[in-house]
Design a protein around this ligand. Sequence first.
Ligand SMILES: Nc1nc2c(ncn2[C@@H]2O[C@H](COP(=O)(O)OP(=O)(O)OP(=O)(O)O)[C@@H](O)[C@H]2O)c(=O)[nH]1
Ligand SMILES: [Zn+2]
Length: 371
Amino acid sequence: MAGRSDRQMGDERRRASGYDERDVRVRPNRRGSRPRTKDRPDHADAVPARVLTIDRGRITTLVDEGAEGSGGRGEREVVAMRARELGRAGIAVGDRVGVVGDTSGEVDALARIVRIEERSSVLRRTADDTDPVERVLVGNADQLLVVTAVADPAPVQRMVDRCLAAAYDGGLQPVLVLTKADLGDPAEALAAWSALDVPVLVVRRRVLEDGTRALEGVDAVRERLTGHESVLVGPSGVGKSTLVNALVPGAGRATGTVNENTGRGRHTSSSAVALSLRDASGRRVGWVVDTPGVRSFGLAHLTPERLLRAFSDLEPGTADCPRGCTHDDAESTGCALDAYVASGAAGEAGPARLDSLRRLLRSRSGEADLR
Ligand SMILES: Nc1nc2c(ncn2[C@@H]2O[C@H](COP(=O)(O)OP(=O)(O)OP(=O)(O)O)[C@@H](O)[C@H]2O)c(=O)[nH]1
Ligand SMILES: [Zn+2]
């Protein structure tokens, strides 16, 4: 059978490549001691891979990450389809998966994803509440960079808050990136979030004497991304692609004005894409997931308790709340946070913090804020 021989060929290549964590368990490079293929379930054969991008059914993965070599050995991109045995489980960019079949990475080679490893974090995208399938935008990221511009377009507070909520919900560290700081006062644009305990990075364009343009602040962004798997989100036109291209030379993210009606000029893929962040010597030092076309996040799973973890200054005030308090507002729920803040217990920033918490709580039911 074609599938079987593909798999055996994949095994050959994999053994030849020498390195595979999974092989270590099954005894590496000892052909004779391996159980025969027909006695093994598919997934015992599976090679670990990382999902880089998804284009309809075609899933591009990275196999043998970090391994050196060429021609079916070493790190390579392998296109795969989802295997039927995955059922309805969703595959997301950043997922660690197990692939079987032709993992050579050659043109026209096709592998199958038979397993999705448990995710360390989940950034959810909008889901219809009646849709039982979990919609995951990115798996396993540990940082969410929320990109917003000082001006052109002006910051949309609701959108930023919603992104922050998605980060807290998914277990990602949020970071605010303020772009186009050459167009206005960053402090003014940041006032709405000054009470939030969120790191802020500022990027601005400078026109040098010889007329060339340089993006200032990229080094600080790169530093923040080093050692992490980060996701960049932001509305259209804030300069996210410009930033990604500066961070990842050769990424070729389409920049410029986009016609909102035709979508012309927009990068064709509607999927997130995982890009390698490299240091000066070309060594991979992190992952950047760019997310074109993400308009909103599904925050239905975000509980008040979970969100409150990001508001440690307010949390003690909930001790006097009625049982099951949703903290939405004082009048309808009898929430104790208003009195707590009014007493000064949460400090000068208290009122702004409470306002922000309430906005985040309410944003759970909002939608399509990332325009
Ligand atoms: N003044 C100024 N303009 C910038 C800066 N960064 C990007 N731009 C410009 O802003 C416009 C939008 O930049 P993009 O990088 O395409 O923005 P984007 O967020 O990727 O938007 P989409 O491509 O629509 O998703 C372009 O014309 C850029 O040249 C900046 O720091 N300052
Ligand atoms: Zn309350």
